[in-house]
Design a protein around this ligand. Structure first.
Ligand code: HAX
Length: 438
């Protein structure tokens, strides 16, 4: 058994027993209630999920096992002389709840490197699609095609004891994480670079090797990928991609089935696809107004977007009520490496102009930028102008968080998810009964 796998088992199995006892003793303690609006408003704020890997505060932003984004940038291991955290280290932190050492990260790198070979039939499945297929569709299908290798599906068929579910799940999770960058890079090169693929470089860390296989070998781009793959990894459990992984996984679907489903949710424009929408929206703005648009021109463009009944992409959030610290981390990176970049400066001007306009609508609960408002401008700076690919980068990162969570689901023996739904008639009757009792 690999070192991390053993450490995880030693930590998670006794904790699972402790939690079972906690629920047994406290299961009937009431923590809250729900309203009619909760039923209609996408269950915002309704607590009904358990996710250990990260926790979101509406004003402060995300913390991964207690660490904020600036703290991750400070404390997670880096390559020698490096400035950005290694995302493999974040996986360790989310899984174990403890800050890894550099040696822990090296162990993960070696483990994933040994698992990184993608079966040929996965590439064949992707190649069967028209080259014009959206990269997120190719990604989801590539992940599904890999399901043939699922250790969990095989072990289940062979009658594994439920207390051991976590073990083959661990193998699937590591295989999946090891192979995702190769699949993503394959899709990028097939779609945009005439199918001229680039072999992995085993000397590089997970993020830098991904950048290398995409065809970007500048040291600064490696740094960007390390930061990018760290900050997009997790956002507690209720967002569409994390919740989908948990929901589909709750049926004991294996990690490939659960993660592919999650990627179909990430591909929606209100979730991860917003990153490509942001850059298209900014480029349309520039096409209409010209280079270096003034703040007044940007304000007018925002008003026109709202009048046309469209959302301003990159702004708003279902939980956050302040500027997303993931936006600020990217802004900080840009201030260091590209302060004069024209598009980056447009992003910063939108940040000054958009919030009061959105606030004045009186209905948008969060007028501040989210993670997707900045990422495209950074990628474009280094020449990655294939916008439809941006969400795939997000997806590779998101795997770190949702796969760590799925492992905890398995070790805790999480049950099948099955919230109660009701009808309008049911609600009307329930409201009438409550009112008559007052
Ligand atoms: N532009 C215009 N209108 C917006 C808006 C925006 N950026 N954000 C919210 N609104 C509107 C909503 O569409 C809703 O309008 P209706 O009442 O007419 O339906 C109203 O304001 C209230 O919405 P809300 O309660 O503030 O926001 P929700 O929790 O319903 O939705 C969203 C949160 C992120 C989906 C929303 O803010 C949005 O559509 N933003 C733009 C798309 C985007 O950037 N998505 C990425 C979010 C982060 C993420 O998941 N990344 O992967």
């Amino acid at each position: 058994m690999g070192n991390l796998k053993q450490k995880f088992a030693e930590k998670a199995i006794p904790l699972s027993a402790e939690i079972k006892q906690f629920v047994k003793e406290n299961g009937n303690v009431a923590l809250g209630t729900f309203t009619v609006e909760d039923v209609y408003a996408g269950m915002k704020g309704v607590i009904g999920l358990l996710t250990e890997t990260s926790l979101l505060d509406a004003n402060e932003g995300i913390r991964f096992r207690g660490y904020s984004i600036p703290e991750l940038r400070k404390f997670l291991p880096k390559v020698p002389g490096g400035t950005e955290p290694l995302p493999e280290g974040l996986f360790y932190l989310m899984l174990m709840g403890e800050m890894p050492t550099y040696d822990d990260v090296l162990e993960i790198q070696a483990n994933w490197r040994a698992r990184a070979e993608v079966p040929q039939h996965v590439f064949n499945a992707i190649d069967a699609l028209p080259v014009t297929t959206h990269p997120m569709t190719q990604f989801s299908i590539g992940i599904m095609a890999m399901q043939t290798d699922s250790h969990f599906a095989k072990a289940y068929r062979e009658g594994i004891n439920k207390k051991d579910y976590w073990d083959p799940t661990y193998e699937d999770v590591c295989d999946l994480l090891a192979r995702l960058p190769r699949i993503a890079a394959y899709i990028y090169r097939r779609t945009y670079k005439n199918g001229e693929h680039i072999a992995p470089n085993p000397e590089l860390d997970w993020a830098a090797n991904f950048a290398h296989m995409l065809g970007f070998n500048e040291n600064e781009f490696y740094k960007l990928m390390r930061l990018y793959l760290t900050i997009h990894a997790d956002h507690e459990g209720g967002n569409v991609s994390a919740h989908t992984t948990h929901l589909v996984g709750s049926a004991l679907s294996d990690p490939y089935l659960a993660f592919s489903a999650a990627m179909n949710g990430l591909a929606g424009p209100l979730h991860g696809l917003a990153n490509q929408e942001v850059i298209r929206w900014i480029l349309d703005l520039r096409a209409e107004i010209g280079n270096n648009p003034s703040k007044e021109q940007i304000a007018e463009y925002i008003q026109n977007t709202l009048k046309a009944g469209k959302v301003v992409p990159g702004y708003g959030h279902a939980v956050l009520r302040k500027t997303d610290p993931r936006f600020l981390a990217q802004q900080d990176f840009a201030k260091t490496y590209m302060p004069e970049d024209e598009l980056v400066n447009i992003v910063w001007n939108i940040y000054e102009v958009a919030p009061p306009i959105l606030e004045n609508t009186g209905k948008i609960k969060n007028p501040w930028p989210n993670v997707d408002a900045h990422s495209g401008a950074l990628l474009l700076h280094y020449g990655m102008n294939e916008y439809d690919f941006y969400t795939v980068l997000f997806g590779v990162s998101r795997a770190l968080g949702v796969m760590a969570s799925l492992l905890w689901d398995r070790v805790l023996g999480s049950p099948i998810e099955r919230p109660k739904s009701v009808t309008y008639e049911w609600l009307k009757t329930a409201v009438a009964v409550r009112k008559s009792a007052i």
